[in-house]
Design a protein around this ligand. Structure first.
Ligand code: DON
Length: 569
């Protein structure tokens, strides 16, 4: 063990004594409230709403619509997502989850993408309108506002409309995405997308004004008519026309019938804390509960933060949880998912019985081997804590960067490619390398299984302590797990918990992905245990809010890996 590792292990043990929030690196501190988001203009808009007296839900909805304008790679009207919140109700704090995930169109079926591949379109689940599920974001945002917000729709949408119509300087990050060859080639296949983002055939440059007049009209229509302003009338007609133009199957009836669903949160205890997270069709809450339960048996706190021993046991727990996720999880509607069995003591103990502390368990010895691939990451997470300590965590996505790349002509927004989150073809990994099962087959009206894990942690008195989330496909689960452990088990301060190097295991491919800052001797020790390793430059774009309950302040930590902002007031 090197001196650095020994020191880190010792610190890990010392930090178990209690949270010691060092000032280095500092988080942003607010007295009244905090907004964290992957794009600074949107975060500012959220704080403005809080300043006007809005609550966390008002602010989150304003941020959600603003990101659809300022962060087109992932912010969206044409996608979907999940909301996890704690808001004060008449009988005390109420925990809420809202599922506004996309649904498969009525004409979808399990062979949809097998047939498309046979017909020479192997990328039909990722590129073009056939890849799109029925969008849920607009219905989700409006449902949240009506149910738990306090402000008028028009007020909450106004900043997004202003930015869409008046334009703003394109951030470098989005300009870099647009310029990336792999993205540009696909985007330019769609005339409306090309016209907005590649005027004169060249990607918009950083700092160039992005004016989105058609998007402003769509937002006007939502401000005026609510959900009917999107799911019916001219906007819905424009979506259906886009389908006809480029081979999609979403109909006017699919749009009119879309409904967000309030679900019972996943809720479990971990060493005096309560974790509230998203249930299926997200796998996030399930995997967090399963891995954290396994880790409690393993007394993780004995191992130092990011030591080879802790990375090993966390990876082994994740390997087992991802196998269950991929095999058994899907949309809970219309089928019974075996969650109680998978979370039972007997099952956890059985999973643990195959685990060795000094040796990796090959995934192939636990399940049939399969190959995996991985892809770029684009989704976005944002969060708000208000002066009443209501908290909202939202992860929303088009799935891949700029979704299926098709912009709805006349309506100015991109459509998702969420259908790829289903098990579209037997034994074939999706764009995140996930090989999934029967429970997640493409079926009409179903929601594809997700890894998005907006999560809130409460203290013993049920007060909000932490609000967590990130993009990153399946790495979302491992990243939320690690930041949670960094805060709760290893006592890292909020910004340090976010900045710490990350790793990832998802059973298939059978390897640990690691960020460059994980020390070489830790990697050597993992190799000795039999793990395959792969360098990954960057995992996630974490947005964290931590409440210093005694001190009365709120701490916002945005990820240095991304271009976001924490804005407090
Ligand atoms: O729902 C999911 O799990 C994926 N559609 C999320 C995609 C994602 O996070 C992409 N990345 N950053």
């Amino acid at each position: 063990m090197s001196a650095a590792v020994a020191l880190r292990s010792l610190l890990g043990v010392l930090l178990l004594i209690g949270p010691v929030w060092s000032a280095d690196p500092p988080a942003v501190v607010g007295k009244s409230g905090m907004v964290v988001a992957a794009e600074p203009l949107a975060a500012e808009i959220g704080v403005d709403i809080l300043r006007q007296g809005g609550n966390a839900v008002d602010a989150a909805v304003a941020v959600g619509f603003a990101l659809a304008v300022t962060y087109p790679a992932a912010g969206n009207l044409g996608g979907g997502g999940f909301l996890v919140a704690v808001v004060s109700g008449e009988d005390g704090p109420e925990t809420i989850t809202l599922d506004f995930r996309e649904t498969a169109p009525a004409a979808a079926h399990p062979r949809l993408y097998i047939d498309a591949a046979d017909a020479g379109r192997p990328d039909a689940a990722t590129l073009g309108p056939l890849a799109a599920g029925v969008p849920g974001s607009v219905a989700g945002m409006l449902h949240a506002l009506e149910r738990w917000g306090t402000m008028e729709r028009s007020k909450v949408l106004a900043p997004a409309i202003r930015l869409a119509r008046g334009g703003f300087a394109l951030p470098k990050r989005t300009a870099d995405f647009l310029a990336a060859k792999s993205i540009a080639e696909k985007m330019q296949q769609f005339p409306a997308t090309a016209a907005l983002f590649y005027p004169d055939g060249k990607p918009l440059a950083a700092g160039a004004p992005l004016v989105q007049t058609e998007l402003a009209q769509t937002l006007d229509s939502i401000a005026m008519s609510g959900r009917d302003g999107f799911y019916k009338g001219t906007v819905a007609a424009a979506i259906v026309a886009e389908m006809k133009r480029a081979g999609g199957i979403i109909t006017a009836e699919d749009l009119a019938g879309y409904k967000p669903i309030e679900r019972t949160p996943i809720r479990f205890g971990y060493r005096g804390h309560t974790v509230i997270s998203m249930p299926p069709p997200s796998s996030g809450g399930f995997c967090l509960q399963q891995t954290l339960t396994m880790l409690q048996y393993l007394s993780l706190s004995r191992y130092g933060h990011n030591s080879s021993a802790s990375i090993h046991v966390i990876s082994e727990a994740l390997r087992r949880s991802f196998l269950d996720r991929n095999r058994y999880l899907g949309d809970p509607d219309g089928q019974e998912l075996p969650l109680p069995r998978l979370l039972s003591r007997a099952h956890i103990e059985k999973s643990l019985s195959s685990m060795q502390l000094d040796k990796a368990t090959p995934t192939s010895s636990l399940a049939a081997p399969a190959k995996g691939v991985d892809e770029s990451e684009q989704t976005t997470h944002f969060a708000v804590v208000d002066r009443h300590r209501n908290a909202v965590a939202i992860t929303t996505t088009l799935n891949g960067a700029f979704g299926c790349k098709a912009l709805v002509k006349g309506a100015g927004f991109l459509l998702n490619n969420e259908m790829d989150d289903f098990a579209t073809r037997p034994e074939q990994p999706n764009q995140y390398g996930l090989v999934q099962g029967e429970a997640n087959l493409v079926r009409p009206g179903r929601r594809p299984l997700s890894s998005m894990s907006p999560t809130i942690v409460l203290d013993k008195k049920e007060r909000v302590e932490h609000v967590l989330g990130t993009p990153g496909g399946p790495t979302i689960i491992t990243n939320v797990l690690q930041v949670f452990l960094n805060l709760v088990t290893y006592g890292l301060a909020p910004q340090a918990a976010v900045n710490a190097p990350k790793f990832h295991h998802q059973s298939i491919p059978d390897r640990i992905d690691y960020e460059p800052e994980i020390p070489r001797d830790v990697l050597d020790n993992l190799r000795k245990r039999g793990h395959a390793l792969r360098l990954r430059q960057r995992i996630g774009d974490f947005q964290l809010i931590s409440v210093d309950i005694e001190g009365g302040t709120v701490h916002g930590a945005t990820d240095p890996r991304g271009g976001g902002a924490a804005v407090g007031y």
